[in-house]
Design a protein around this ligand. Structure first.
Ligand SMILES: Nc1ncnc2c1ncn2[C@@H]1O[C@H](COP(=O)(O)OP(=O)(O)OP(=O)(O)O)[C@@H](O)[C@H]1O
Length: 310
């Protein structure tokens, strides 16, 4: 028995255990922390995401195909369009939580909010440089990063073009490959057009679920491209086909707002109360003024209304 050798062995074991514990808690850019759960996403979309049959279908397919492809030719670029409160941010959270173990808290998920990060049009040149450096730096440390651009319709026109090289079909740039990265744009642009189509279906007595992607597929990008305040105005991202999917979000109806209220009760561990859900849904504003079909703020502010009625 040699006390020093034994002590050294014990020490080595402690260091090893420490390292294992550290890597257990410390997020790393590998399968133990980044692992797409296709079934989880499908279940979440079916159970938690209301009134968005087109977005559900397209998102599930787009993400599944991308995740299963070990050698994608370009990063995945999704552009989500719809009026306020229809679930664009919410579904981005669902995507993140089914890809990253730490969901939105992952250090590989980055969110930019136009009014917070890029408030001044006059600073556009600085923003361009910062944005490029930020994306390049983060993708070089983890290729499987996700970047969410919220309120892109409020971004200074032209800013989004600065990330074009990252979205293109390049093998790598300066030694960094962007092919496994996901970019998500969230925008109100095209929302009125989507609402108009949904209203026409409603007026003609057609089921909302009959609306197909093809009913909106061309109208939305066109409107976004031609709208100076869409954040994607005349952008080469559209005419170079670098955006893989334009995903329309339909305006929500009374029945969806009720479901949002019931979902919020479940989150707060409240007993589901149909009467309160009705009250909350009735309290929302609906448009058009006469027909009152679509909730003007979607499911926004449901949580605060619930506090009031409970
Ligand atoms: N389709 C939906 N299904 C389930 N919950 C929804 C849906 N839409 C909205 N919600 C609920 O309403 C909240 C607000 O919606 P969210 O922030 O995702 O809307 P948004 O479309 O991103 O709006 P904005 O464009 O104004 O940012 C969500 O956190 C979620 O609780």
């Amino acid at each position: 028995f040699e006390p020093f050798t034994e002590a050294r062995k014990v020490l080595a074991e402690i260091v090893k255990l420490g390292k294992t514990t550290y890597s257990f808690f410390q997020e790393s850019c590998d399968d133990s922390w980044i692992d797409f759960n296709s079934t989880g996403l499908q279940v979440d979309l079916e159970q938690k995401f209301f009134g968005q049959h087109i977005a559900s279908k397209v998102l599930l397919k787009a993400i599944t195909d991308f995740a299963n492809n070990k050698t994608p030719k370009k990063p995945l670029v999704l552009s989500l369009h719809g009026l306020t409160g229809t679930g664009k941010s919410f579904v981005s959270q669902l995507l993140a939580s089914n890809i990253y173990k730490k969901g939105m808290s992952s250090s590989f998920v980055h969110q930019f909010v136009a009014t917070v990060h890029f408030p001044y049009s006059s600073e556009i040149d600085i923003y361009k440089t910062q944005l490029q450096q930020w994306i390049k730096g983060n993708v070089s440390s983890c290729a499987r990063s996700m970047f969410i651009f919220d309120e892109i319709d409020k971004m200074p026109p032209g800013l989004i073009d600065s990330i074009k090289p990252f979205l293109d079909y390049y093998d790598n740039q300066d030694g960094v490959s962007y092919r496994r990265t996901i970019f998500i744009f969230l925008s109100h642009a095209g929302g009125e057009r989507i609402k108009q189509v949904a209203f026409e279906f409603w007026e003609n007595g057609k089921d909302r679920e009959e609306i197909q992607l093809s009913d909106l597929e061309e109208k939305v990008p066109l409107e976004v491209f031609n709208n100076k305040y869409s954040g994607l105005w005349h952008t080469s991202l559209i005419d170079k086909y670098l955006i893989d999917f334009f995903i329309p979000f339909l305006p929500l109806e009374y029945r969806h707002v009720r479901l949002c209220a019931l979902a919020e009760m479940a989150i707060r561990n409240m007993e589901p109360d149909e009467d309160i859900a009705d009250k909350v849904a009735k309290d929302m504003m609906y448009s058009p003024q006469e027909e009152r079909v679509f909730s003007s703020k979607g499911c926004k502010k449901i949580a605060s209304k619930l506090v009031y009625y409970k």
